[in-house]
Design a binder for this molecule. Structure first.
Ligand code: GLN
Length: 381
């Protein structure tokens, strides 16, 4: 066999697969990988069934089923007040992660620098590196994980090509505020810097806070790839369907990469989503439903030794344990899975340096009984 020189020598298996496999092996409650354990909406399932029976089983348009793109454009207009051309600015993709990878691959050239805040979702940095671009990491400020905009200004060089944002943030539950948007606008104005905005948790906002989408701000949108996921909104992470919204010239480049990668995305599910997207109440209620789960979980975790953080969005909340153990995050996450039967995610997996603040990520988009079972076990740790 020819010798392989790895393009990603430092990369092993993603923490989500590692912890989910460990959870299965030890029959643990899985609060690690982010996915719901309750059924998705039955009407949406029936719409897929219907679409398949009606014969929507062949390739759809490579950019996405047009009625779905039209429904997305209408939704964006209603929510964020931005007029989007469904033909030129929306591409349906096999998942949000794919949309992020494709955006980066469409834009980055060798040596381009990308500003990434850490902790960050674990695909970002390998996606940059595989394109021979350079991740420039800026730490979010512990413990509230806010952005230090002065540090961002200092990290910018003539090679900076992109800034990656993620609000609501995975894994921290932090969200962008108006003051962040003001700082961002000032930094990118009159530069050639793109924004990659991962907004897959757009509807999972708590405490009546507005989601600060790039789609609210024309001066930010004109340089943005905004990535979304139906899996997160419709409780079907296994469907792997998302989309990217970007101005026409950027979308044209995005599609050059997309068309020769997967070409098109699952047809019957797009047909179903095109109809279901019109049901506004579904996603307008989602934040409140998830907020109740957050509050329930935080309340039952009061009996544990973990110091729980705030979470303003996403379906994750962090818990600190440094006051009762000096173990590394990875070690304690593995031990708690094996000894107590609850899987979590060590936040150190979202850093490329050795940051270990002794914090674990808990996923709370679970049935109450699952959260109760997990918290009961975590209270013994
Ligand atoms: N986004 C999910 C999480 O952070 C999982 C994604 C994945 O498993 N690749 O848990």
């Amino acid at each position: 066999m020819p010798i392989i020189t790895s393009k990603l020598p430092a990369i092993g298996t993603t923490i989500f697969t590692t912890m989910s496999s460990l959870a299965q092996e030890h029959n643990a409650v899985n609060l690690g990988q982010g996915f719901p354990d309750y059924p998705m909406n039955e009407k949406l399932v029936a719409l897929v069934d219907d679409a398949m029976k009606k014969g929507y089983n062949q390739y759809t348009h490579m950019n996405g089923y047009l009625p779905l793109r039209e429904a997305i454009a209408e939704k964006i207009n209603n929510l964020y007040g931005m007029g989007i051309n469904p033909d030129a600015e929306i591409t349906v993709t096999p998942g949000g992660t794919y949309a992020i990878y494709t955006s980066l691959t469409a834009i980055l050239r060798p040596g381009d620098e990308v500003i990434v805040f850490q902790p960050c979702y674990d695909s970002y940095i390998p996606n940059i590196v595989v394109n021979n671009a350079v991740p420039v990491t800026v730490p979010l400020q512990y413990p509230d994980y806010s952005i230090n905009w002065e540090a961002v200004r200092n990290a910018i060089t003539p090679r900076t090509r992109m800034i990656m944002l993620n609000s609501p943030n995975n894994p921290t539950g932090a969200v962008l505020r108006e003051k962040d948007i003001a700082a961002l606008r000032e930094i990118v104005a009159d530069t050639g810097i793109f924004i990659l905005s991962d907004e897959v948790y757009e509807h999972l906002m708590f405490d009546e806070m507005p989601h600060q989408s790039m789609l609210r701000y024309p001066d930010l949108y004109e340089r943005s790839f905004v990535c979304f996921s139906f899996g997160k909104t419709y409780h079907c992470t296994g469907w792997k369907i998302g989309y990217c919204v970007s101005p026409p010239a950027a979308t044209a480049e995005f599609r050059k990469v997309h068309q020769f990668n997967c070409f098109s995305t699952d047809t019957p599910k797009q047909v179903a989503l095109a109809a279901f997207l019109k049901e506004e109440e579904y996603y307008l209620e989602l934040g409140k439903i998830m907020q109740r789960k957050r509050d329930f979980f935080l309340q039952i975790m009061q009996g544990s030794r973990f110091k729980m953080h705030s979470s303003f969005g996403s379906y994750f909340v962090l818990g600190s344990y440094g006051h009762f153990s000096s173990e590394t995050e990875k070690d304690i996450a593995i031990r708690i899975t094996k000894e107590f039967g609850v899987a979590t995610i060590p936040v150190s997996a979202f850093y490329t340096d050795s940051t270990d603040n002794k914090v674990l990520r808990f996923c709370f988009c679970k049935k109450e009984e699952t959260l109760e079972k997990a918290a009961g076990r975590l209270c013994k740790v």
